[in-house]
Design a protein around this ligand. Structure first.
Ligand code: SF4
Length: 150
């Protein structure tokens, strides 16, 4: 999403020193939002597009004090809006660890459902000499991509 010349996206997590999302040492950035709803999704918190609060029923002790903060760790906010500049600040902190083979992997969620944000991050990584990869099923719908403009 573009607002006043700044590109924004919604991210659920930034995983540093990742070894399983491409070659070398990587920073994996989890985009929020996917136009599919696969039963086997291993990141179901990335399916909806908007930031949300989720409760883990196995950790919830039913104390009813959600407004005061959850001491059991059951309730957590998932998804934060980042500008491209904010996300690049996070990514550049890890640049020294990438070496010749590592870099950044955009994953999710479905990366191509936030095409403007993904493009901006990939472009800025390229300018900074950072290796780039995306994990995608390449079937984001026009409707899902339109949600980026909300
Ligand atoms: S505060 Fe946490 S443990 Fe208590 S009811 Fe809310 S979600 Fe459950």
């Amino acid at each position: 999403m573009n607002q006043n010349g700044t590109t924004y996206g919604v991210i659920t997590d930034i995983q540093r020193f990742s070894l399983h999302d491409g070659p070398g040492i990587r920073t994996s950035v989890f985009f929020k939002g996917c136009n599919l709803n696969c039963a086997w999704c291993h990141n179901p918190e990335t399916i909806s597009f908007a930031p949300e609060v989720i409760v883990d029923p196995e950790k919830c002790i039913g104390c009813g004090k959600c407004d005061e903060g959850c001491y059991s760790g059951a309730r957590r906010e998932v998804g934060r809006r980042f500008s491209a500049e904010e996300l690049m600040t996070e990514i550049l902190q890890d640049k020294d660890y990438y070496g010749k083979t590592g870099g950044v992997t955009l994953t999710g969620g479905e990366v191509t459902c936030q095409p403007e944000f993904a493009y901006e991050i990939l472009k800025q990584c390229q300018s900074a000499g950072i290796g780039r990869a995306i994990e995608t099923m390449s079937r984001s719908s026009a409707k899902a991509r339109a949600s980026e403009k909300r």
